[in-house]
Design a protein around this ligand. Sequence first.
Ligand code: MTE
Ligand code: MO
Length: 169
Amino acid sequence: MTVPIRASAVLLALCLATGSAANGTLPAPSDPVILTISGTILHTNDGDVARFDRAMLAGLPRVEFTTETIWTDEATTFSGVPLREVLAHVGAQGSHILAMAINDYSMEIPMDELGDYPIVADLLNGEPMSVRDKGPLWIVYPYDQDDSFQSEVIYSRSVWQLGHIQVLP
Ligand SMILES: Nc1nc2c(c(=O)[nH]1)N[C@H]1C(S)=C(S)[C@@H](COP(=O)(O)O)O[C@H]1N2
Ligand SMILES: [Mo]
């Protein structure tokens, strides 16, 4: 039983020495992938990238809030994982992220501007979002909690149909 321990110690030393991604440090998804994170990340599960299925994302620290939005007629309850937590989980080492929708929309967000918000919402009013409904994931803020969340910059960062985050050095 010393061989696996030795092998993982060698792997760890190799990763530390090269500064490269420690592949295999995240469990692999078993269901359809809803989020892929690439770029400068330390924890991966598929080559250089980290792929999440719904359950993997749902298992991270969760937040829920209800807010008015410019896209909805009624106050809407969003739940999901703070973007900061998602990035910490993959060991993101960068200055910006590029949040990419499954259509061709994308927007950069500076990592030093991530606080408790935004969240990567995976549920809207308690239900998974279909792609038709701005799903599978939507970056959202509690817009009516603070005037600073009611700006064109914040709206532009509210990427819906999110499928891919690239971490930029
Ligand atoms: N997937 C996706 N998310 C998006 C956009 C988009 O085109 N596609 N537009 C962004 C921009 S620029 C803004 S200001 C807000 C509001 O867009 P809307 O006014 O077209 O609804 O959504 C943001 N999120
Ligand atoms: Mo916009």
